[in-house]
Design a binder for this molecule. Structure first.
Ligand SMILES: Nc1ncnc2c1ncn2[C@@H]1O[C@H](COP(=O)(O)OP(=O)(O)OP(=O)(O)O)[C@@H](O)[C@H]1O
Ligand SMILES: [Mg+2]
Length: 245
């Protein structure tokens, strides 16, 4: 599970997260919606300390960390228990598909090469890429590259998975294959926090939906509540705009 208590984040004097409280229970899928600049990516990145939160408490699984006194060991522990999938894939361009997945296991988990290879092949098969193991990222479609990104996160068998707009760099016809892969991952019972602009997807996959604006959570509810009956004017406006587009 993920539990955030009163998380604040400043970039210099800019107050980007203003006291975020959020719990994602084990096996739960939660989506974050909200306008550009509202702090969605920053929030995800504060969970695994890709950005250092300014204050508050981050808890992942049974590791509870007061961010102001976080040690290197605390940060390592949060990082190894979270897997992250990025909008821009972030693959190593000079490594093959298989090597891109193996390297996480041999470097982060210190696993031996043979075991890492076996696990990586299994996982790449799960995301439908077993026939692309020796390809380099540049030889793949965007959708295939993103599925490598998902495989790399899954290989580490993290407690929680964070997705930051995993389909927004993709050509429209490639979006579905990636969303289908993510749905498969959700159906396996993983704990997931997903920033997305794909409203139908969010509606289908989420146990709960969160709406952020200007560094705060302004509305939270089940997908049904948020989409059918948003109680906050700002959420209504956002949804009607996005749905119309
Ligand atoms: N590394 C950084 N240094 C300084 N300011 C930053 C940094 N990253 C983000 N910001 C600022 O923090 C605010 C929130 O940014 P963030 O990327 O979290 O928004 P977002 O909700 O993910 O937006 P989008 O939907 O466009 O991805 C923005 O005003 C942004 O300019
Ligand atoms: Mg973002």
């Amino acid at each position: 599970m993920i539990k955030l208590e009163n998380i604040h984040k400043y970039y210099d004097s800019q107050h980007v997260l203003k006291g975020i409280n959020l719990t994602v229970n084990r096996g739960e899928v939660v989506s974050i919606l909200g306008p550009s600049g509202s702090g969605k990516s920053t929030l995800l990145r504060c969970i695994n300390f890709l950005e250092q939160p300014t204050s508050g408490i981050v808890e992942v699984s049974d590791k509870r960390v007061n961010v102001e006194s976080a040690s290197k060991t605390d940060i390592f522990s949060l990082r190894t228990s979270t897997g992250m999938v990025f909008q821009q894939y972030n693959l190593f361009k000079n490594l093959t598909v298989l090597q891109n997945v193996i390297i996480g296991l041999t470097s982060v988990k210190q696993m031996n090469k043979d075991e890492a290879k076996k696990i990586s092949i299994d996982i790449l098969e799960r995301v439908g890429l077993n026939n692309r193991l020796s390809h380099y990222p540049a030889q793949l479609s965007g959708g295939q590259q993103q599925r490598v990104g998902i495989a790399r996160a899954l290989a580490l068998n993290p407690e929680v998975l964070l997705f930051d707009e995993p389909t927004s760099s993709l050509d429209p016809e490639l979006v579905d294959e990636v969303l289908t892969t993510i749905k498969g991952v959700a159906n396996e019972g993983n704990t997931m926090l997903i920033v997305t602009h794909e409203l139908n997807f969010a509606r289908e996959i989420s146990d709960r939906v969160i709406f952020m604006e200007d560094g705060t959570i302004i509305e939270e509810g089940t997908a049904e509540q948020i989409f059918n009956n948003p109680s906050v004017e700002r959420t209504k406006k956002f949804l009607s705009k996005v749905i119309r587009n």
